[in-house]
Ligand binder design. Sequence first.
Ligand SMILES: [Zn+2]
Length: 252
Amino acid sequence: MNSTPPPANSQLQALASDLARKQSLVVITGAGISAESGISTFRGIDGYWARFNPQELASPEGFARDPELVWRWYDERRRQILTAQPNPGHRAIAELEKHFPEFLLITQNVDGLHAQASSKKLIEIHGSIWRVRCMRSGQEWENREVYEQFPVKCRCGALLRPAVLWFGESYQPSLISRAQKAVNSAEAVLVIGTSGQVWIVSGLLAQARQNALTAEFNLEQTETSHSVNYLILGPSGQTLPQLLSELTQLSP
Ligand SMILES: [Zn+2]
């Protein structure tokens, strides 16, 4: 990560002075921001789990076939995430929230690090690894327990499952409409640590381009980079605090 040169300050300054005049901001984040906290991406897991197809581990069919295997996988993810901390990029986003009367953070990450960094106006569009859902009642609640027995069961005797979006499952319509509404009325949209290959991101970004200022923060160019107003290359743990400090100088 050290090989990426810091972005030109002038570009961040220009973006900050554009943002200083805006009243509403939407931030969309993906795996890239969590990678800087040491959380491996779904496909970046090695060792024992590398032999499994992600769709076997994260799908309703996979869970029906072998709930114990799926729970052991999620248990490993939970243990990895438990030791991770929000990085300066997460914290800068939580601070950005205070600069805009209208703000929404839409994250694809299920690790809970944005909430841990004190982001409040937040949609976890793929759910959270720290929530569980009873397979019988459909009820969900937060649970940070380190489990000892797998598969994990509810007090009612039914299986519990992680309350995350699996392959082949639909987004919650209420979350999607809240995200779309925010993007429709936003004056600026920042996309951070995600390639826009995910349907939801490319859709929201296409919507944003119609009337909002758009900026992408990534380590490298992606296929959406050509279509945004600002492309800020570099670790978001560095570029976002820089943006925040520029913005704070303009509108403290
Ligand atoms: Zn139950």
